[in-house]
Ligand binder design. Sequence first.
Ligand code: ATP
Length: 498
Amino acid sequence: MHSSLPNVSRSNAARRASAESAAPLGDSPFADAGLQDGQLDGGLDPDAARGSLDAQALRAWGLVRAHLLSDLGEKTFNSWLKPLQLSGVSNGEVRLSVPSRFMADWVKNHFADRLRHAFAQHIPGIRQVTIDVSAAAIVEAEPETAPAQPASADIPSFEPRYSFDSFVVGKSNELAFNAAHTLASSVTSGKAAGFNPLFLHGPTGLGKTHLMHAIGSQVLAANPKAKVVYLSAEKFMVEFLAALRAKDTIAFKQRLRSADLLMVDDVQFIAGKDSTQEEFFHTMNEIISAGRWLVISADRSPQNLEGIESRILSRLAWGLVADINPADFELRYNILKTKLAAMPDAQVPDDVVQFLARKIVANVRELEGALNRVIAYGNLVGRKLDLDFTREVLADVLRAHSRKLTIDEIQRRVADHYALKINDLISPRRAREVARPRQVAMYLAKMLTPRSLPEIGRRFGGRDHTTVMHAVKRIEELRATDHELDRDINQLRRALDN
Ligand SMILES: Nc1ncnc2c1ncn2[C@@H]1O[C@H](COP(=O)(O)OP(=O)(O)OP(=O)(O)O)[C@@H](O)[C@H]1O
């Protein structure tokens, strides 16, 4: 595991190392994908970049970061995982470093298992992940009294992506959208909104943070001097406790309580955290009674927020409570189309968009992540973005979502499609009108179920696994030239997907 890297900037070192290595990592032909996103630049200890890590470790690190970003979402990733640096891999152990003791403890307590699991998928034999404070940080900072501030807590990046214009409205989110828009207009015009605070709630990944950022962007666009403060409830707590430890809560209080618009995201996080809730209650009160604006989000309604003090809940219920529900197919499809309209270089056929909208139903973050992954991998390997490629790239996501398809179902569909009986498919008959559909059914069984070749052979009248292998190969070859067969298979796959 030793290859030396040139002493270049961190992201270049990581990129170059992964680009230079030709060896595929595990089974994935897309091993570099983790380094495609600017989000994932860096993450490499400067000492490691000077030569102690090999290309496999670097590529695995890129993938681990990509997976964690898509699993945990940008907010959590940026706050806690983006600052991690890879400093070494040896003897089944991955060593990571962070800039402060506080962060090291936090990451250890909250993410160590997830990191270990993610690494083990890409570097066989990884048993342990160790998180240390980086040597440079120990010299430069006072970690115990000054916890890391991995991302700006004060003013959100206001991502231009997160605007009202880019938010696609459907039945499930129109109340929240209208409420957010009304509040933003009231803050900028000074006219009463008729409610304050605004409480947005809904399951993860459905656009609460997007709407908060959109409110903030609109307010700042109208009045760049407005004091807009956005922070997650987690960061509220971390900063408050740090201020308490440093015996200096005045600056913290002033910064939040003087906001014209204060937005606190994911408030469920402070459930059961008594002293933080106390502070939060006074902050809310001060903001509202001074006629300034408050927006709160949570993953559930105020009635269901267990562990949050009743005085906070009743304060929240005074305002407007707007829910966001899971998107239906139409909204999911429109969201994808809107995202694609902003990416003129991406050529994604409509059947792929429909497929994604049909398959990825849990939340918009996952939907967006799936689309980005297909596009990024397509660019990386230079493949046409069709349904086969999409299924290949998203195999893990689809597996998690899909119901179990059986060989019986495949046989039934194929038999119907070719106007045959199921018995024809498992019979010894070799006539072409039976043999070709049988090969199609075997091919689909191999592609769409986890069954092994011998198992599939057994289910087709006790045939040998080499017969199945031959069928799969033959259909793959024919699909490239026989358009009718290709169309049949696409139709069958769509039918089986539903
Ligand atoms: N209606 C929508 N139109 C366009 N993009 C959307 C929509 N809903 C969600 N998104 C996108 O989905 C992603 C996840 O949304 P967001 O982070 O706002 O979710 P959230 O509800 O705050 O999740 P969490 O509870 O995990 O914080 C973002 O990239 C956001 O832009």
